[in-house]
Ligand binder design. Structure first.
Ligand code: 3PY
Ligand code: MG
Length: 259
């Protein structure tokens, strides 16, 4: 069997892919979490205070472990898309995408002509100018373009967004989706689950890859059997917090301070 070529090919063929968010804004944290053996990382530029220079160093650190890293953007700005890709990201994840127009604008900004409007330049991804033509020749085939469905409007437009071949992956943000559709309090969990299932089912009908955030791997089998194939589980910051709490609790129990 032919080796899978790249992350995009795995995603588009709906081969299961598991990653985590890199939310600690330091290359060392990226190197450490990449050692864990995830298929990919997603550097979180949306919710982490991160500058462009640091972003590039974090991508460099992911390369040290040969772990493909996509970048969750702070928004839909084409400059941020170019910055992440020029720095060497394997793809982009755009938050809060609610319409076909937004999704298409993001896809165009992420691809070189004739499929888009991205500008070519001597950034890290292009070998600092030594590999511009080679990079341009393969980037449109290799760069992952993913959009987050996490608003009531995105849910409303799901059939049309899922039908877009320009988008490699639809990614559900359960937290924002719950806020946006008001799935909080009594019955909220059931409403949120139903909304997530609707998104997954529409992606299945369109043959589009769909993924979601999960705080842990506990319920992965349920979402895989529904049709999801891409998972970002927890984050380096959350994993560190969970390990710190578990260790402090174990020590407190060992000293008889807590049961
Ligand atoms: C959300 O839950 O809103 C997310 O964006 C998860 O990544
Ligand atoms: Mg979100």
């Amino acid at each position: 069997m032919r080796e899978m070529k790249n992350l995009r090919e795995k995603i588009r063929s709906r081969t299961p892919v598991v990653g985590t968010f890199a939310a600690l804004p330091h290359p060392m944290a990226v190197e450490i979490v990449a050692r864990g053996g995830f298929d990919c990382l997603c550097i979180d530029w949306e919710h982490t205070q991160l500058g462009r220079e640091r972003l590039e160093d974090m991508l460099r650190a992911a390369d040290c472990r040969a772990t493909p890293a996509i970048v969750r953007l702070p928004g839909h700005d084409p400059e941020a898309i170019s910055a992440a890709l020029d720095a060497g990201a394997a793809g982009i994840l755009a938050p809060h995408v609610s319409t076909v127009e937004e999704a298409l604008a993001i896809a165009r900004a992420a691809r070189f002509p004739p499929h888009g409007t991205r500008g070519a330049g001597p950034g890290r991804a292009a070998g600092y100018g030594y590999g511009v033509f080679d990079y341009v020749a393969r980037a449109n085939e290799e760069i992952v373009v993913a959009v987050q469905i996490e608003t009531a409007q995105g849910l409303e437009n799901i059939a049309a967004i899922a039908a877009l071949d320009e988008i490699d992956l639809l990614f559900i943000g359960p937290g924002d989706l719950a806020l946006s559709i008001g799935a909080l309090g009594d019955g909220g969990a059931e409403r949120l689950d139903a909304a997530m299932e609707t998104i997954i089912d529409h992606c299945g009908n369109a043959g589009r890859a769909v993924g979601l955030f999960r705080p842990s791997a506990d319920d992965l089998p349920r979402w895989v059997s529904r049709g999801a194939s891409f998972f970002l589980i927890s984050s380096d910051a959350m994993l560190m917090g969970a390990a710190a709490t578990a260790t402090a609790d174990a020590a407190a129990r060992a000293l008889g301070r807590r049961k």
